[in-house]
Design a binder for this molecule. Structure first.
Ligand SMILES: [Fe+2]
Ligand SMILES: [Fe+2]
Length: 472
């Protein structure tokens, strides 16, 4: 294993200085990345000091270092988790063979596509969130937003490293293209739908970090099982950063829910809008929206691509090595939700083509745990209401439910019923306008917007009134 070169122009633990060709490719890409960051990264805060953590090593104990930094000076680098000695491929046709340290020629195109698709989401989310700084509910939240942003930038570096190191000229062209596409751009959009949606307000941001970053967690976790060892190690380290993003989302929504309940009790009313809060039905609608568009990211229920990725040893299941089966799945089946006339019904499908659905199932369970924690906040406040995840068939654009209308309870309904009920289920223009009207910046130390409760604790043991971003 190689030591961490933290002082190099590109911090890394992959011995970059011994690989001149790769070092040159990345050093050529670096200024283009910085240009992209200045154009498309957080708007208006590039020159401010932000209390950020930076990866300086990959051990679980000591990887992070906290300090003030201007974002363009963030030490974006290349960090892979420690290699596992004698790691073997854990699944598919190559099960038991030594993990690949180079890309198998015949899988080159497929693997490149997987890496590009993952890589494209990283800069996309930075672009989606670039205006949020102007309306932050506190310095604490502002700092968390920027932490997420710089780490998504680092995730882009992680994928670009793989492309440049292992895919030659094609890889370098893809690295360029990752800086060319733009979230929401009609002519050169980001690859996946949810990454072209707007993130116009902080409720959307917290929902995105909870639901959409969590899709990232599941994609990364299954790529962390890859037979292509550099990809596996890259993704394993990315997961440690991803955990913080989901923490930001879960606690962000949880704090809004808490504040809403406080307002409901203090004023003995469900109508917290009159008191500057975000009412629970509106929060539910945002859950419905962000959950459903994130479900689409897992792809079709039945997918031969997913089967191929698995059989070829490129992308495993969530916690593949902890599962107790043959890890080939040629004869196995898996229950998949499907349309049975007017009903949603479960049917057994060959397990290999059902792998997208299986990963989506793991994801849904994880989301439900977070929603249960929000419900604890509501219950503790003595409020009689529960937030729920809508049915997986609700508001889907991809897969077997993409062409039908389904209620949040999972009932197939007519277009007319959908039209009549849509505004009860998904954020309306009026909801968005209301939430938008709350988005006024609060940048005094220790102060918070009225619609969100304070966090349980500060970052890295700092108090809530710490100057997380120096605006002076
Ligand atoms: Fe990421
Ligand atoms: Fe993330």
């Amino acid at each position: 294993m190689s030591a961490t070169d933290y002082l190099e122009r590109i911090p890394n633990n992959v011995s970059l200085k011994d690989n001149r060709r790769l070092l040159r490719a990345l050093e050529e890409w670096q200024p283009k990345f910085l240009e992209w960051w200045k154009d498309m990264g957080p708007h208006g805060y590039q020159a401010k000091d932000v209390y950020l953590r930076t990866a300086v090593s990959v051990d679980t104990q000591g990887w992070a270092q906290f300090g003030y930094l201007r974002m363009p000076e963030y030490r974006w680098g290349i960090f892979l988790a420690e290699p596992e000695p004698n790691r073997a491929i854990a699944f598919g046709d190559h099960k038991g063979q030594p993990a690949w340290q180079e890309v198998p020629g015949e899988y080159r195109g497929t693997l490149r596509r997987l890496i590009v698709t993952q890589g494209d989401t990283e800069p996309a989310s930075v672009e989606q969130q670039r205006h949020l700084g102007q309306t932050c509910p506190s310095l604490y939240d502002l700092r968390n937003l920027f932490q997420v942003n710089v780490e998504e930038g680092r995730h882009l570096w992680a994928m670009v490293y793989l492309l440049d190191a292992y895919f030659g000229r094609d890889g370098r062209e893809e690295s360029e293209a990752l800086l060319q596409r733009r979230s929401g751009d009609r002519d050169k959009p980001r690859i996946l739908g949810a990454f072209n949606e707007r993130t116009p307000d902080w409720l959307s941001f917290f929902m995105f970090s909870f639901f959409t970053d969590r899709d990232g967690k599941y994609q990364l976790a299954s790529l962390a099982e890859s037979g292509f060892d550099p990809l596996a190690r890259t993704c394993r380290f990315m997961l440690t950063e991803e955990a913080h993003h989901m923490f930001v989302g879960e606690t962000g929504v949880g704090r809004i829910v808490q504040r809403t309940c406080e307002l409901m009790r203090a004023h003995r009313t469900d109508d917290v809008r009159a008191h500057g809060g975000i009412d629970l039905p509106t929060i539910q609608k945002y859950i419905n929206f962000h959950f459903s568009v994130s479900l689409d990211l897992f792809g079709s229920e039945i997918s031969t691509n997913a089967a191929n990725f698995y059989t070829l040893g490129l992308k495993g299941r969530f916690e593949e090595t902890k599962k107790d089966d043959d890890h080939r799945l040629k004869d196995a089946t898996y229950p998949v939700a499907d349309l049975d006339g007017e009903r949603v019904a479960m049917c057994e499908q060959p397990a290999l083509v059902a792998l997208n659905e299986r990963l989506r199932d793991d994801y849904v369970v994880d989301c439900a745990r977070g929603v249960a924690r929000w419900n604890q906040v509501i219950a503790r406040a003595g409020v009689d209401l529960e937030l729920t995840l809508p049915h997986r068939a609700f508001h889907r654009a991809i897969g077997c439910f993409g062409d039908v209308r389904v209620s949040p309870e999972g009932r197939v309904i007519s277009q007319a019923e959908w039209d009549a009920r849509r505004d009860d289920w998904l954020p309306t223009k009026a909801d968005e306008t209301y939430v938008g009207s709350l988005m006024r910046p609060v940048t005094e130390r220790g102060k918070l917007a009225n619609w969100i409760a304070p966090p349980a604790r500060g970052i890295n043991g700092q108090p809530m009134d710490f100057e997380y971003v120096r605006l002076g």
